[in-house]
Design a protein around this ligand. Structure first.
Ligand SMILES: Nc1nc2c(c(=O)[nH]1)N[C@H]1C(S)=C(S)[C@@H](COP(=O)(O)O)O[C@H]1N2
Ligand SMILES: [Mo]
Length: 430
């Protein structure tokens, strides 16, 4: 065993001469690191906020129950103001996540020889470092891959996506913090290196090979550079910029959605008052015309009370109009639309809950599926702009936007704006 190790690394990627690009080295790695450090921090924080807003354990979380969820994370109720809060948060999370992909890949490329370092286990400390690298690289690939699959393929893992992406994020960020603590000094040193700064300014010799890592390992057989370091940076930057240009339009919505070439384009919404982005059509979730025909009723329940309303009865209740966006966890959103309908507080009052109504359990006529019901917290119910909407932009809701009635709540993740509503149960989780 010892003899085998003394004989040096086996042929292949464990040998320094296998890696021939002269651009690889601490400086290039550090520049990418400098971008990823704030970038990933922002993606992580917006991701946590998104999870707080989505709040999958809501049923177990309210003022009455001491269980505040894993890690005690649900310390606050996601606010309803400003109404664009979730739209902004999710736009940043998804757009920045996509824009960072070229930087992440370039960073991995720049350090890949380290993953094959020989001998594989030099010391216990080095073993720990390698394990944390495994969690870091694996965690990064897992988070970016699950996120991108989810936004491209419309929830290929419905429900479980949130759990996977959320717990994956904690593993990744743990390894990320360890990595940052150990590597920031190296990064600062590399970025301060006089030689490279001069090179970068003059461009004269910015293809000179650098040591592959801080142990001073140099590729004994560097290839001739076909690209300068500045060229490599420009290439990665252009890649990120291009991704930004073909992504960001989906978060702005409206006309800009046309520029979002990378966004999935399923059902096109068409023109008119209902001509804005549709998540899932009525047909796609198996809504039958009979479900939303003249026999449709809204049941409102409260503690010990219940009332059933026809669509005409709902229309004769006081109507409120609110300009609110829809913002999906997938990162797309619509600009404000004018929604008109009955305030949730008004509906709570019908079953005797006049002051400070509690949370509400919302059910759709849609059967099964993760999005056919939701819980809205009391602070959401109490907002005067929270509606059971019957109309949008002056017209009845279209079947695809939730006719005859849908939830619309300011700053609510789109997934909780339930369509084709048929029952509201106030105080269900209290
Ligand atoms: N019943 C039901 N309501 C639903 C959904 C669904 O699949 N079924 N999708 C939700 C999601 S994920 C979003 S983003 C919004 C989108 O609303 P829109 O299709 O009217 O734009 O509806 C929500 N309401
Ligand atoms: Mo959504």
């Amino acid at each position: 065993m010892r003899a085998a190790l003394a004989a040096g690394p086996p042929p292949g990627p464990a040998r320094p001469e296998f890696w021939r690009s002269p651009l690889r080295g601490p400086w290039l790695t550090s520049v990418f690191g400098l971008v990823l450090l704030p970038g990933i921090t922002v993606v992580f924080v917006t991701g946590l906020l998104s999870y707080a807003a989505y709040n999958p354990d809501l049923a177990a979380v309210n003022d009455q129950t001491p269980d505040k969820g894993w890690l005690g994370f649900y310390l606050f109720s996601w606010p309803t103001s400003p109404s664009w809060l979730y739209r902004l948060n999710q736009g940043i999370h998804v757009t920045l996540g996509i824009v960072l992909v070229p930087v992440l890949l370039a960073k991995l490329w720049s350090v890949i020889p380290k993953l094959f370092a020989w001998p594989p286990l030099r010391s216990p400390a080095q073993a720990v470092e390698r394990l944390s690298l495994l969690l870091l690289v694996g965690g990064a690939l897992f988070e970016f891959a699950t996120g991108i699959l989810n936004i491209q393929l419309h929830y290929i893992f419905p429900g479980s996506f949130y759990t996977l992406h959320y717990y994956g994020a904690w593993v990744f960020i743990g390894a990320f913090v360890v990595h940052v603590v150990f590597r920031v000094p190296v990064m600062v040193r590399a970025l301060r290196s006089r030689r490279l700064r001069t090179e970068l300014r003059t461009g004269a010799a910015d293809t000179l090979p650098e040591p592959l890592d801080d142990t001073g390992l140099v590729s004994p057989r560097p290839a001739l550079a076909t690209l300068s370091r500045r060229g490599a940076l420009a290439l990665v930057g252009a890649g990120s910029l291009a991704l930004f240009a073909v992504t960001v339009g989906q978060s702005i919505g409206g006309w800009w959605r046309r520029t979002a070439l990378l966004a999935p384009h399923g059902q096109e919404p068409g023109e008119g008052p209902n001509g804005f982005q549709i998540n899932k059509t009525a047909a796609a979730v198996g809504i039958r015309p009979a479900d939303i025909g003249p026999d449709w009723r809204l049941t409102v329940r409260g503690p010990g009370r219940e009332t059933v309303l026809t669509l005409d009865q709902l229309r004769s209740l006081p109507q409120t109009t609110a300009a609110l966006p829809i913002a999906c966890v997938e990162g797309w959103s619509t600009p404000d639309q004018d929604w008109t309908g009955v305030r949730l507080t008004e509906l709570a009052a019908l079953v005797g809950l006049t002051d400070s109504p509690p949370d509400v359990f919302v059910e759709s006529v849609e059967r099964g599926g993760s999005f056919s019901s939701t819980v809205l917290r009391d602070n959401q119910v109490r907002d005067a702009r929270s509606l059971l909407a019957l109309r949008v932009n002056g017209a009845d809701l279209s079947p695809d936007h939730g006719y005859p009635a849908r939830i619309i709540v300011p700053a609510n993740p789109g997934v909780h704006n339930t369509k084709w509503v048929t029952r509201l149960t106030f105080g269900a989780t209290g």
